[in-house]
Design a protein around this ligand. Structure first.
Ligand code: C5P
Length: 291
């Protein structure tokens, strides 16, 4: 009888362990389906303990904006990050000063590059710019959705012909724009409906990647489904200075709403300890992924 009870207890424990594993697996599947990088195929995740695995998954979702004036400052900021980050964003300020060499320099340090040059020109010119930027090795590129359907389709065609195409991201409405700013350029809508209009236009042109503010990410996730790659700036950890951003949210809230990647600049670059600030955000993302 005692042996029997022991067996029952053992079976219960085994069943409950199986149930916990199943729950963990289902959560992983949920985020794998949002995550554009095939995590389970990435050697970095092999043999990782679940907690480390979750932290690494969180790190893969954080993009640090290197909004600095030259290559030396970019390298100095990357050094201050002490290996806490996997992605960095090279934007206009740095690219104009340091040129294409900065993309190669940062790639050689093992970072994936999000080249945020926000192309906006006639279709033929943007297609050429997209090809040139792809040849530099950038993994993600931006262009303004406001450039219109022909421009977006031309950029999409240009990357479709490449063997290792970058992820194209259409910038919807800048996170620094509110209703008043939109009104000043003749757009009479609220930012939300304008973002939706531009995203639907982008999807019709073949794009699946978008940059949007935290306020629109939930809607764009339901619009683009699991294949959508949603990159979200305007991220402010609780208590951080807002600066010029208008439509903001915390890292946890943006991830909860369906962001694939978070772009964070000043809350990390202007922190006295950039690595600690980045790590705190990584932990906040990881906690949300485990919720
Ligand atoms: O310092 P902060 O976290 O506000 O930086 C946000 C970064 O995201 C900046 O590099 C900015 O250019 C970029 N960005 C944005 N809004 C967009 C697209 C990009 O703030 N819609």
């Amino acid at each position: 009888m005692e042996v029997c009870q022991f067996d029952v207890a053992l079976n219960r424990r085994a069943l409950s362990a199986k149930f916990i594993r199943l729950k963990t697996h289902m959560r992983t599947m949920r985020y794998d389906s949002i995550m554009p990088i095939p995590e389970r195929l990435n050697p970095i995740f092999a043999n990782s303990e679940p907690a480390n695995l979750r932290l690494e998954q969180a790190r893969q979702r954080l993009i640090i904006a290197l909004d600095v004036p030259d290559a030396a400052s970019a390298v100095a900021l990357v050094d201050r990050l002490e290996g806490t980050c996997r992605w960095c964003k090279v934007g206009l300020e740095l690219f104009v000063a340091a040129g294409p060499a900065i993309v190669e320099k940062l790639s050689k340090r093992g970072l994936s590059i999000f080249l945020d040059l926000k192309f906006h020109d006639i279709p033929n010119t943007v297609a050429g710019a997209v090809r040139s930027a792809s040849a530099l090795g950038a993994k993600m590129l931006t262009l303004h959705a406001a450039g219109g359907p022909a421009m977006l389709a031309s950029a999409h065609d240009a990357v479709s012909q490449l063997s290792d195409p970058p992820q194209l991201l259409a910038v919807t409405v800048l996170t620094s724009m509110d209703k008043a700013q939109l009104g000043a350029v003749g757009v009479k809508r609220e930012p939300g409906p304008q973002v939706k209009l531009l995203a639907e236009m982008g999807m019709a042109a073949g794009l699946r990647g978008f940059v949007c503010s935290p306020e629109e990410v939930a809607e764009l996730r339901s619009l683009s489904g699991q294949e959508g790659v949603l990159v979200v700036p305007g991220i402010r950890p609780a208590g951080a200075a807002v600066g010029d951003q208008k439509r903001i949210a915390t890292p946890a809230s943006a991830i909860r709403d369906g962001a694939s990647y978070l772009v964070v600049g000043r809350p990390i670059s202007q922190a006295s300890n950039a690595a600690a600030a980045a790590d705190a955000i990584v932990h906040e993302i990881a906690e949300e992924l485990s919720a």
